[in-house]
Structure formats: structure tokens, C-alpha cells
Design a protein around this ligand. Structure first.
Ligand code: FAD
Length: 384
């Protein structure tokens, strides 16, 4: 051991959850904070590999409420934090091809609108008129929220980290947490190879790796890493500048503009849990076949880039916030494929939980870790 340090709060993980939590703690006057990231740069985990989508369209009240708080924080980001995040309100259109989806989505849209999300219902013909470059004969109906869109993930992470550092947070890269030190049922610090850092509060914000981090603390965190991948194409001049984020719900197949080309992804429902972030070429072929049959102009596009990343999936596709059986050891994880958009509010809520003992901006007490043992799961239908 060549060093020992002491701080008030350690945050493990420099993705959107860790960065937002660090920043929001400083807004409440806490400065003696260390954020530890194992990679050489922040935001190289799920956050840096995400598709950047932000939406109000969810099926459960809690997810809609999280969006209603979080998306305006992204709109205000530049004013509040001084970092441009390129919020493009291109709208999300969900395409529905099965009668049971239509029934469920009608309910979702009603709920979204009761809560103030202002989502529109579209007939099959209205969707075909909006998207003439796509093959949509089988589309029965759909939903559109014009305020859904895209935001740049790296700008959000670095905006929060830079602001937190300006307030005194020590944010370290290349710092792998290898152990969590517990004494008499409470956390007292972490090991990082050659160092021990002592703190009475440790926040596990390690996303897809959070069950591994939890094991170091003896806490069972039911988060499964599941590979997801997408690709971008060479320029497609035929694509209108206002092309929306389109999701073929039944196939979990999505498209949105990325620069002069298109970004498209499709979730493999047979993907096995694991930490591999290599591209699955067989799946890429299956994905491209499905994408071209929806969007024939992709047939003459080239591949510009592709990558795979990990969703951090919980048994009920909802996140986990707050305390654990180890006193002082908190978690914010398990956003199951839509955590980037909820990162801003999640950091604020974690700050409320740590400082005030409970979250008030949105009450997320039902999203506690204990719900899995107590059988209080919540189901989300709109998982892509
Ligand atoms: C392909 C793909 C597309 C997606 N698309 C969207 C989308 O359109 N919209 C959306 O809202 N969400 C999307 N998501 C989900 C979103 O990316 C995640 O929910 C979110 O980024 C999770 O953030 P996080 O901070 O919890 O995790 P991460 O960003 O993974 O951060 C965790 C960090 O912890 C670090 N770490 C892990 N273990 C240790 C350790 N022992 N010591 C130190 N550091 C450690 C990791 O290196 C990592 O940087 C997508 C995800 C993927 C994979």
C-alpha cells in the first residue's frame, strides 16, 4: 500500500449516473467527493455506446415522471452547466404492427398525457404519409412525441464531470476499484489496487458491472449485462433533415439520423447475458436484412461505423435507487436500456436520498433494492 486517503463520498463509475450524482452532490454544498473510473476516459461504458435517444414515451407512471423531470434538465443543460449537449427534438415514432400492441400503446399514450407528456396518436395512414421512404404496409397505428429526440452522451458526461471538478470533486480515471471495505455492517472505504480510500458513503454507479461491484460489498444486485449493438451508414442524401427516431416496436428495430447518414440498431431477444462488447456479425446481418426490408434505401448505403455495448438489465426493467443492506453503500443502476435519458434526474434523486434520506423531486422509493426480495416488481412494456 503506498497511500491512504480519506474523503466524504466515493462514487464508483464515471458514466452518466456517476457524473450526474457527483455534480448534483456539489449543488448541495458537498465537495469532498472522489469519483473513480477504471477506464482511461470517462463515459466509455454503456453511456458512451448508447444511441443518445431521449423520450417521454414510456408505459409506467414512474418512468414517465422520470422523463418529465430529466428531459427538461437536458434542455437547460447549457444554461446551467455551460456545456452544449446538442438536444435535437426530432420526435420518436413508435410503429405498431400487432393489435395487442395497439391496445397497450393507447393506454400508454393516455397515461403519458394525463401526466403532461403531450404524446400524439397516429393512424397507419398518417404514419405512411410521414415516412414515405419506409415500407410500412403492415403498420396499424403508432405514437409520436415531437419533444422526444437525441442528445450527445459524451457532452452530458463531460459537462457534469467538468462542473463537479470546478466545485472541488476529484474525478480520477484509470482507477479500478478492486474491493469495498466493510466493518460491522457498514462501508468504510474502497481498495484501488495500491491504495485504500476511506469514506463513510460509497455510491455504486457501475452500470452493467454493478452486480460485480455489489459482490465486493456482499450486496446482491440483480443487474444482468446484455449486449446490444448498432451501426451507422455512409451519407444518405435522400434522408430528410427532420427524419425522426423511428422504432418498429415488434422487432425492437430502430432508426435515426446520425450526421449525413442513419444510425440503426435491433435488439437480439436471444442474446445471452455476458460482458463481451464484440460485434456479433451474424446478428448484424440479421439486423441489416430487417432494416433494409423496412427502409429499402439502406440497400445502397455503406457501413460507416458499428459498436456493441451492454444494457444493465433488472428483472423488471426498472432502475434501482438508494440504500442497500450495507450501511453507507448506495446504488444507482439497472436502467435497462434507457438510463442515459434518466441520468440527469437520477443524480439529483441520489443526492436527495444521500443527504435528505429520501427522494422528493420524484418519489422513487418503490424502486428500491428490497423490491426484488419482497416481490414488488414493476413492469415496463416500452423496452427497446
Ligand atoms: C447499444 C446501447 C444503446 C443505448 N441507447 C440508449 C438510448 O438511446 N437512450 C438511453 O437513454 N439509454 C440508452 N442506452 C442505455 C444507457 O446507455 C445506460 O442505461 C446508461 O448509460 C447507464 O449509465 P451508467 O452510468 O449506469 O453506466 P456506464 O455508462 O456503463 O458507467 C459505469 C462506469 O463504471 C465503470 N466501472 C465499472 N466497474 C468499475 C470498477 N470496479 N472501478 C471503477 N470503475 C468501474 C465503467 O468503466 C463505466 O464507465 C443504451 C445502451 C446501449 C449499450
Amino acid at each position: 500500500m503506498d497511500a491512504q486517503k480519506t474523503t466524504d463520498i466515493i462514487i464508483i463509475g464515471g458514466g452518466v449516473m456517476g457524473a450526474s450524482t457527483a455534480y448534483h452532490l456539489t449543488t448541495r454544498g458537498l465537495k469532498n467527493i472522489m469519483l473513480l473510473e477504471k477506464e482511461d476516459f470517462f463515459g466509455l461504458g454503456a453511456t458512451g455506446r448508447c444511441a443518445g435517444g431521449v423520450r417521454y414515451q414510456f408505459a409506467t407512471e414512474i418512468n414517465i415522471r422520470l422523463s418529465i423531470e430529466s428531459l427538461p434538465m437536458l434542455e437547460r443543460f447549457h444554461n446551467e452547466i455551460g456545456q452544449e449537449v446538442d438536444y435535437r427534438k426530432c420526435g420518436y415514432i413508435f410503429l405498431l404492427t400487432h393489435p395487442d400492441e395497439v391496445v397497450q400503446f393507447k393506454r400508454n399514450v393516455d397515461l403519458q398525457n394525463q401526466l403532461g407528456a403531450r404524446t400524439e396518436w397516429l393512424s397507419g395512414d398518417e404514419i405512411r404519409n410521414l415516412l414515405p421512404m419506409m415500407h410500412l404496409d403492415d403498420v396499424l397505428a403508432g405514437s409520436l412525441n415531437p419533444r422526444d429526440g437525441l442528445v450527445d452522451p459524451n457532452s452530458v458526461v463531460m459537462g457534469y464531470i467538468n462542473a463537479a471538478q470546478r466545485s472541488g470533486v476529484k474525478a480520477l480515471t484509470s482507477t479500478l476499484v478492486t474491493g469495498v471495505i466493510i466493518k460491522s455492517g457498514r462501508v468504510i472505504g474502497v481498495n484501488t489496487g495500491d491504495q485504500v480510500i476511506y469514506a463513510p458513503v460509497v455510491v455504486d454507479a457501475t452500470g452493467p458491472w454493478s452486480s460485480l461491484t455489489g459482490q465486493m460489498a456482499g450486496v446482491d444486485i440483480p443487474v444482468t449485462p446484455l449486449r446490444r449493438q448498432w451501426l451507422t451508414t455512409t451519407p444518405l442524401p435522400e434522408l430528410p433533415p427532420d427524419f425522426p427516431f423511428v422504432i418498429d416496436f415488434a422487432q425492437s428495430l430502430y432508426f435515426h439520423r446520425e450526421g449525413p447518414g442513419l444510425l440503426t440498431g435491433m435488439s437480439n431477444s436471444d442474446e445471452k447475458p455476458g460482458y463481451s462488447q464484440n460485434i456479433d456479425s451474424d446478428w448484424e446481418l440479421a439486423h441489416m436484412e430487417a432494416a433494409i426490408s423496412r427502409m429499402p434505401l439502406l440497400g445502397h448505403a455503406g457501413l460507416a461505423s458499428h459498436l456493441a455495448g451492454l444494457y444493465e438489465v433488472t428483472p423488471d426493467a426498472h432502475p434501482i435507487f438508494g440504500k442497500t443492506p450495507v450501511e453507507g453503500y448506495y446504488i444507482v443502476t439497472g436502467f435497462s436500456g434507457h438510463g442515459f435519458m434518466h441520468g440527469p434526474i437520477a443524480g439529483k434523486l441520489m443526492t436527495e436520498i444521500i443527504i435528505d434520506g429520501r427522494s422528493t423531486t420524484v418519489d422513487v422509493s418503490m424502486l428500491d433494492l428490497a423490491r426484488f426480495k419482497e416481490n414488488r416488481l414493476i413492469h415496463e412494456y416500452n423496452v427497446v
